[in-house]
Every structure is written in C-alpha cells, then in structure tokens.
Design a protein around this ligand. Structure first.
Ligand code: FAD
Length: 441
C-alpha cells in the first residue's frame, strides 16, 4: 500500500467520522487516495458504550489496514473463562423463576443455559471511544475538518465538474466524489432522495434500550462469576437483556431492550434521560438474579430509541458521484450485533474498488459507486430485516417461533452463519471483477 504519493487523479470527501467514515478514510489514505473528512462534531468521538465484532468484521478490519485490526486487538475484551473463549453468547431464560429440573431459582442463582452460540473468535467487545481513539492515530493531522455539518450538495453542470458541499456554518467546499458516512440521520441520504422521500428517514422499530455499565466486581458479588464475567443473552417476554464484559473485564456492559406499542415522541432525538426506577419497572417480575443485576446500574441512565431503515429501504446506495455507506445506507437495529461490522465490510469493499487499477479518473467514480451498490445492497438490507426478526425471537414474539428454544437456536445459527462465515477478501475481489466487467462492457 502507498501512503504518501496520491495514486489517483481525483479527490474524495467523506462526510462523518464514526466507525464507517474513520475506517474508510484509513483504508483510502493508506492506498494513496486523496481523501478529506468533514465531521459535524468538534473532534473525533463516539458515544461511550460497548460494541462487539464478529469474524467477518475482523477480516474487514485487516483489509482496511492492519492498524485497524491492531487497534481492535489493543482494546478488545473477550469472555473471561477459558471454556468460553469461542462463545458468542450464552442464551438463558431470564424471566421464569424455575430451573430446567423444575426447582425454584434462588436470588443468587443463575438459570440453566438454554443454548450457546459459538464462533471462531468468541465474544469480542470494544469500548467505542477507545477503539476510535486508537484508529485516529492512523490518519495524518489535517485530513479531517471538524464543526462541518453538511446540509446540501450541488451537482456539477457537466460530467467531470466538481460537486459543491455546503455546510451549516455557511462555508462550502469542492470535491470529485462524496461518500456519506453520516449515520442513521444522514444528510447525504436526504440529498440523494429528497426530504420528502420516505427512504430519507429512519423509522422506529418499537423497541428501546437502556444502556448501563456495571463494575464486574459488584456483579460477581451479586450474581456469581459465570454471568458477570462472560457474555449472556437473557431472554423474556417482550424484552431481552444482553450482558458482556468490556474494559478488559473490569466492567460489565448491559443493554436492556423492551418492545412497546407506543410511538417515540420526538424522532429528532434518539435518546432521552431515564432513571433506574424506569428500568426496574420495565423488568418487574423477571427472575431474581436479573433484579439484582439491574439494581447495580447507576441511578441516572439513558434510553435509546431503536430506529432502522427497514420500513422504507433505500432504492440505491448511490446516484452519480454521491454514495452512502454504513448506517447512512442501512441503519439496522442491533440484535445481530453486526451493524458496525457491516460498516467495516463496506469500507473494505469500497476502498478496494476505488484503489483498483482500472479506476483512474473522475469519470470512473460513477461506475465504482454503481458496483458498490450492486454488490452490497442485498446483503446489507437483509441484515436490517433479519435483525428485526431475531430481536423478536429473543423476546418470544416471532411468528411461528414463540418460546421454542430449539427454533430460536436454529434461526440464530443460520442467520449468524450468513453474517460471519464469509470470505471478505473474496467479496472485495469479486467487487473489483464486477467493476472491471462493467467498464469493459
Ligand atoms: C444499542 C446499540 C448497540 C449496537 N451494538 C452493536 C454491536 O455490538 N456490533 C455492531 O457491529 N454494531 C452495533 N450497533 C450498530 C453500530 O453502532 C452502528 O452500525 C455503527 O456505529 C454506525 O457507524 P456509522 O459510522 O455508519 O455511523 P455513526 O456512528 O452514526 O457516525 C456518523 C458520524 O457522522 C457525523 N455526522 C452526522 N451527520 C453529519 C453531517 N450532516 N455532516 C457531517 N457529519 C455528520 C456524526 O457526528 C458521526 O460522527 C449497535 C447500535 C446500537 C444503537
């Protein structure tokens, strides 16, 4: 890979510096492409919560740049127990107060494990902000412009002219191509489809989540080390809770989901403050060990509304020399734990395309983006729908599945296989072959 000399005769603007924008910028910069990042916030930053990655995402990190993978290894936390190194999640009934032999579950007892989902890497969780901090070192100073919130794009008058990006601070900048990595509320998506298009806006999945961090030491004392030090999915009616270790095992990350028929009051804000009492009320009647765990969260919490792009999937990921990737293109509910992983897959594939030999000038970019759309849209939009379904399986509300653990296990294994058991290098190669065919035709 080249790092200093610019290898192509065009400039690329990335809008947004979350996981998509940062991994893409690193992948492009280290392939010698001329790239500039415009980020609305005043610095690189992520909301401090845990995110875990499956094997496909880890392959994609290595393709973007070895440094991305090294950053991940630096901050990654795995299950503590050696017997659980290949465990993605242990699934348990977190609601009923009986064990599988029918005896009563005591307050300090965990339920029997219903089934376990394995993968080649086990559970690999990172603290978002720390992961991003490590990755930022791979970018030269000055590549990113902060405080730049994109609000419009003017198309050029001719095929090779510059696109003009407009920002809310009244400034503008020119570029040859725009890649929207600006997340679920993407302004680039609105530029592509128009403010009035249903595809421009995400919709509420009628699930919300409390996110909490608990000291592992306190969790071990309250509910024992197996659940406190390893990844568990606690299932129940119309709710589920996932817990996994972060911060090198010092902290247990807890995400507690509820399904509701009520609407989310203010779609312009995806979070709202909550109190531990709300959380306890929402999980009243669940097993005693869950009550103990929830009481260890801080008194002040946030509720996150789970929105996605599942109701009105975008008809394309690109138009001309404007493209969207990551949550901007396929924001998903988090029930497969793969939204960010798919962002990194997309960065790897788009970078491989843009850096490929036959892509040389501005006039090649349109076909690159069309190829990206052709190879990525089906897989990414499948994830959005599958994630909705699997979230309902965890909550015993999926049609034809209910509380049948055998079916739930089978559904997870099939779907998780589609996500994780892929060869991302092959995906990149096939994308480049597709592009080459497209341009030679
Ligand atoms: C509760 C929850 C748990 C999750 N857990 C997992 C998990 O375990 N594993 C997993 O793989 N995924 C998980 N996900 C999904 C994952 O978080 C997202 O898919 C991923 O973070 C999206 O990254 P992104 O870079 O595309 O968007 P974002 O992270 O939203 O980044 C967008 C960036 O663009 C900037 N921006 C926005 N608008 C503009 C603008 N107009 N101009 C300039 N900049 C702008 C923002 O400031 C931000 O920096 C989870 C999601 C949720 C909600």
């Amino acid at each position: 890979m080249v790092s200093n000399e610019m290898s192509k005769n065009f400039e690329i603007a990335i809008i947004g510096a979350g996981i998509s924008g940062t991994t893409l910028a690193i992948a492009l910069h280290h392939r010698g492409l001329n790239v500039t990042v415009y980020e609305a916030a005043h610095a690189f930053g992520e909301i401090g919560a845990g995110v875990s990655f499956s094997p496909n995402a880890v392959q994609a990190m290595k393709i973007c740049h070895d440094g991305v993978y090294e950053a991940f290894e630096e901050v990654c936390t795995r299950n503590k127990w050696s017997s659980k190194q290949k465990v993605w999640f242990n699934y348990v009934d977190g609601y009923n107060k009986t064990k599988s032999d029918g005896s009563e579950l005591k307050a300090d007892e965990q339920p029997d494990i219903a089934f376990t989902i394995h993968n080649s890497l086990g559970q690999t969780a990172v603290h978002r902000a720390r992961f991003l901090d490590e990755m930022v070192h791979l970018l030269p100073k000055g590549i990113a412009h902060f405080g730049k919130r994109l609000c419009g794009i003017t198309e050029p008058a001719n095929d090779e002219g510059k696109l003009v990006m407009h920002f809310t601070d009244g400034t503008s900048a020119e570029t040859d191509a725009v890649i929207g990595c600006d997340g679920i509320k993407s302004a680039v998506r609105r530029c592509l489809f128009g403010e009035d298009s249903p595809s421009a806006w995400p919709s509420y999945t009628h699930k919300y989540a409390y996110r909490g961090l608990i000291s592992t030491r306190d969790a071990v004392a309250a509910i024992g080390s197996e659940v406190a030090e390893n990844s568990f999915m606690h299932m129940g009616p119309n709710g589920h809770i996932l817990t996994f270790p972060v911060d090198k095992g010092e902290t247990l990350n807890l995400v507690a989901f509820r399904t509701t028929s009520a609407n989310w009051e203010d779609p312009s804000r995806l979070t709202k403050p909550a109190h531990q009492d709300d959380l306890l009320r929402d999980f009243e009647g669940w097993a005693p060990y869950i009550q103990k765990l929830l009481k260890l969260t801080k008194p002040d919490l946030d509720i996150w509304a789970i929105f996605d792009l599942g109701n009105n999937p975008v008809p394309t990921f690109c138009k001309g020399r404007v493209c969207i990737i990551g949550d901007a293109a396929h924001a998903t509910s988090p029930h497969h734990g793969s939204g960010a992983g798919f962002c990194i897959e997309s960065s790897a594939i788009l970078a491989s395309l843009l850096a490929s030999d036959k892509v040389q000038t501005v006039s090649d970019i349109r076909a690159v983006f069309e190829t990206f759309d052709a190879v990525r849209r089906e897989r990414c939009q499948w994830l959005v729908q599958s994630s909705r379904f699997i979230g309902d399986c965890y909550e015993w509300r999926a049609d034809g599945v209910g509380k049948d653990f055998e079916i739930i296990e089978r559904e997870i294994n099939v779907r998780y296989g589609i996500i994780a058991n892929v060869d991302v290098e092959k995906m990149c190669r096939e994308a480049v072959e597709d592009f080459n065919k497209r341009v030679s035709a």
